[in-house]
Ligand binder design. Structure first.
Ligand code: UDP
Length: 244
């Protein structure tokens, strides 16, 4: 069945549940089809609006999922609701579980060396069925082709790219053509959370859709970046009113 998409300020989000999305990704892995996944929040949408080069990289993505509650709310505002969030961290956890059961090859790209080491160690311990195809911290020379060559040779089924936005979409967009297979997915600071170096909001906050507020309290330095959230809401509402 064809996938349905919801356009939020020109960015097409896949209309899917988490379960269906994981099935979709597994299908691509089975068929060895190269796939680029973006898990996008309002910051990404706003960035794409003002940066044409970044938008071109997003245009290369096969799927863009609703990472944040802001996107789910925006979809309701435009009258084309999405069933739920399909967040980067949750997708990573689900894909690790599948990879463990199926013995898939996973490459970890991103975060500090310390966080990356802990991420790999935790994967080896908790998901022994996974084949670690390789890993690289997120502070490498982008002009050096050896990383892409290593990934090519490692032939991973899955590549988690945890460089933060807009770096991860940019890196995947610039390098995707070189690879023959693999699901490449940008997942922001997920290695920091997975390895226990950054705490995710407790479920109570998540249920109230206040994860963003929890992060703001924990990392007050983020407040400036968060100013984009009310702006995003305003533009979505204005466009809706203008019938765009
Ligand atoms: N990061 C990286 N390479 C860089 C910059 C950041 O791998 O050049 C990693 C960083 O260590 C963290 C993740 O990207 O694990 C997310 O960083 P940040 O919080 O800055 O980005 P966000 O996704 O929250 O925008």
């Amino acid at each position: 069945m064809a996938n349905k998409f919801v356009s939020i300020l020109g960015v097409p989000f896949i209309n899917t549940t988490m379960d269906k999305f994981i099935d979709l990704v597994q299908n691509h892995i089975r068929k060895e089809e190269k796939t680029f996944v973006v898990t996008a929040n309002p910051e990404i949408v706003m960035h794409a609006k003002k940066d044409d080069t970044y938008k071109k990289y997003l245009d290369k993505a096969h799927y863009i999922t609703a990472d944040g509650i802001g996107i789910v709310k925006a979809a309701s505002i435009v009258g084309d609701p999405l069933p739920e969030r399909v967040s980067g961290y949750d997708v990573m956890m689900r894909l690790l579980k599948e990879a463990n059961e199926k013995g898939q090859r996973v490459f970890f790209l991103g975060a500090s060396e310390h966080v990356l080491k802990e991420t790999v160690a935790k994967t080896e311990k908790d998901y022994p069925g996974i084949v670690i195809a390789g890993s690289q911290n997120g502070f490498f020379d982008w002009k050096d082709p050896s990383l892409a060559n290593r990934i090519k040779e490692a032939k991973p089924d899955l590549v988690f790219v945890a460089l933060g936005f807009p770096r991860q979409e940019t890196w995947i967009g610039q390098n995707l053509d070189q690879f023959e297979k693999g699901v490449f997915i940008g997942i922001g600071g997920s290695f920091d959370v997975f390895s226990g170096n950054v705490k995710r909001a407790p479920e109570f906050w998540q249920k109230l859709n206040l994860e963003w507020f929890y992060r703001l309290i924990k990392q007050p330095s983020r407040w400036k970046r968060m100013l984009v959230l009310p702006l995003f809401a305003l533009v979505v509402i204005k466009n809706k009113a203008a019938g765009k």
